[in-house]
Design a protein around this ligand. Structure first.
Ligand code: SF4
Length: 300
């Protein structure tokens, strides 16, 4: 198993109070497997990714939970920094913002290759090969360019090439297809699979069409798991009303919205917008299982 993750509680410390961001989200990822963390803005998916990389903001605390990488507890501090960019690779949301505008693409790639011990004469051909694999037909030209000379899509491909400069066993891609059209999204996901066949891949997205391209998905709402399992099963027989709402929001399904239906709170983060809520039955959603699918909802 590459990653075994149990979030525990992740909370933001505010001036006079704290706010829970993620609670008891648990999943595992094995070699070669891809899983999408899907949810709307504020659902906690980015916090989960940051917690794995030990990069939570200073005012955010994680308590409880357990994170194992290849069977050992994920380290902190220097040991964690040594894993990042070598065994754990991060593909950011916005390639143009991620790359240092003052440095040529050559510098970015050479720096990454150095971390895995590729230097000297080998470095130039290794860098060009990574760019080619990321879809550039003239890698030598790209090496001489600065990030601001690239389009958003090209910068995104450079970040894939950078991830390919690691020996990553775990890839974390944070909204990697933002700004890409449908064809671009498909190409990105195909590249992720072909470039990193052995790595476990965690894809953070708000787009269920992208999540559908991963083998598994975990649906998040308000920092809680709503449903998780094989993508094809969730897409064909969604059990949780929130998963159904995400599927209904697809363009081909008419982009149905989930309006606010009621005020008040329950134990379920989807309560205010859920058309299937029962006032008396939604205070304590229960865990249900059917084969390899699990979901939280009221008792049936
Ligand atoms: S627990 Fe209730 S509010 Fe939440 S998804 Fe299920 S039916 Fe809807």
């Amino acid at each position: 198993m590459i990653l075994q993750y149990a979030s525990g509680d992740i909370s933001a410390m505010l001036a006079h109070t704290s706010r829970n961001l993620v609670r008891d989200v648990a999943f595992s990822l094995s070699e070669g497997e891809s899983m999408a963390l899907i949810g709307e803005t504020g659902s906690g998916k980015t916090m989960i990714a940051l917690s794995i990389m030990r990069l939570l903001p200073r005012n955010v605390r994680q308590t409880g939970g357990e994170m194992l990488f290849c069977g050992a507890a994920l380290p902190e501090g220097r040991a964690m920094r040594a894993l990042l960019g070598t065994q754990i690779a991060y593909i950011p949301q916005n390639g143009l913002e991620f790359l240092d505008p003052s440095k040529k693409i050559r510098y970015h790639l050479y720096d990454s290759l150095k971390k895995i011990g590729i230097g000297g004469a080998e470095r130039a051909s290794a860098a060009a090969q990574r760019l080619e694999a990321a879809g550039f037909s003239s890698p030598q030209e790209i090496l001489e360019q600065y990030p601001f000379q690239l389009s958003g899509g090209m910068a995104q491909r450079v970040t894939i090439a950078l991830a390919a400069c690691t020996r990553a066993r775990l890839i974390i891609a944070d909204e990697p297809t933002n700004g890409l059209d449908q064809e671009g999204r498909k190409q990105f996901m195909a590249r992720l699979t072909s470039l990193f066949p052995q790595a476990a891949k965690l894809v953070i997205t708000h787009d269920i069409a992208v999540a559908a391209l991963c083998a598994r998905m975990l649906v998040l709402c308000g920092g809680r798991t709503m449903e998780q399992g094989p993508s094809n099963r969730l897409l064909t027989t969604p059990r949780n009303p929130y998963t159904r709402a995400l599927i209904a929001s697809l363009v081909e399904n008419g982009m149905a919205e989930t309006p606010l239906l009621r005020a008040g709170e329950s134990g379920c983060p989807f309560y205010r917008r859920c058309a299937e809520a029962e006032k008396s039955g939604c205070s304590r959603p229960q865990l249900h299982r059917c084969g390899d699918v699990e979901w939280w909802c009221r008792a049936t």
